[in-house]
Design a protein around this ligand. Sequence first.
Ligand code: AMP
Ligand code: MG
Length: 353
Amino acid sequence: MARGSIGASDKLRHFRVSAERPAATAIDIAARAIKSGGLVAFPTETVYGLGADAWSESAVDKIFRAKGRPATDPLIAHLADVAQLADLARDVPDSALELCRRFWPGALTLVLLKSARVPANLTAGLDTVALRMPDHAVAAALIEAAGIPIAAPSANRFSRPSPTTAQHVLDDLADDIDVLLDAGPTTIGLESTIISLVDDPPQLLRPGGVPLEALRRLIPDLRFEPRFLHDAEAAPAPGTLLKHYSPRAKLLLFQGADDAAVFAAMRAEIGGDRRVGLMLSDADAAAFADLDVEIERLGANAEQAALRLFAAMRALDRAGVDLILALAPEERGLGLAIRDRLLRAAEGSVIDV
Ligand code: AMP
Ligand code: MG
């Protein structure tokens, strides 16, 4: 269904389901929508996905149109069973199966050589395909009931912060989806980690829910070279687009060894006519309690910050701030993925204090 078509929102069926034991009726209706070429938004442990039949070129095309996503940005196909790997990928190395055993279901996406059956638009014309088995009972039940792999990027409009609640999905895509399975907030809050096993040595393409350290225990030579590109056409790997996961407001990202100096640099940006919002850990927020600014608290640790990051960006946009100030976390554990998302929102630059 085309974006904004008249009466489109009337067709949306919104089901609230248990995150652990979703009702079979809701799952069946959603699975039928997928099988008949429709769009279903569903929760995973990372973020909400916008799902369609991965075997159907026309259903996959609906995803690109609904999101306003460039055709050069490939999608991830979601599986309910490792056995489905053989349908979508060819020449699967042993290392892939080992990673599946250790990390699936979970927030790890593997890029492998694609099988001939995979439609070209799913992979943006590449000879490789990205695959993941989500660790969420609703996602698993849906894929299982549909009986086919489900292509699903994050259920947000292109370049907006990813959706971690059903409300975020409705805010972006209410007119475009046939079914919404609403199981409350997601449990990780950041997208999956993507690694390419087509490259030798294997390469981490996007940091995410599974930390780099955990992967290096299995693949010691896993390469990671952060790339932030301004131009989709120039991207050597898809999805390295710079302006991504972004709030509407301009975001300034700070870092420095001396907290007091960093806080002073941030304070210098506050004042005048601009409405300023802050995204800070609970501890750091205390240093700004005297100011008349919007503060989104990211909690006490990286896990909490991951869960709240995208919701905080959306909340500050809703509050109408012109400028968002944030602190770059350390590059370990989930901090690496949080930093990556903040850097993209800040269009690639960090202010070193
Ligand atoms: P999203 O589903 O919105 O989290 O985005 C999926 C991302 O997966 C894309 O933006 C790419 O970064 C990545 N991806 C999907 N397929 C491939 C592929 N064949 N090669 C490299 N990266 C891929
Ligand atoms: Mg996305």
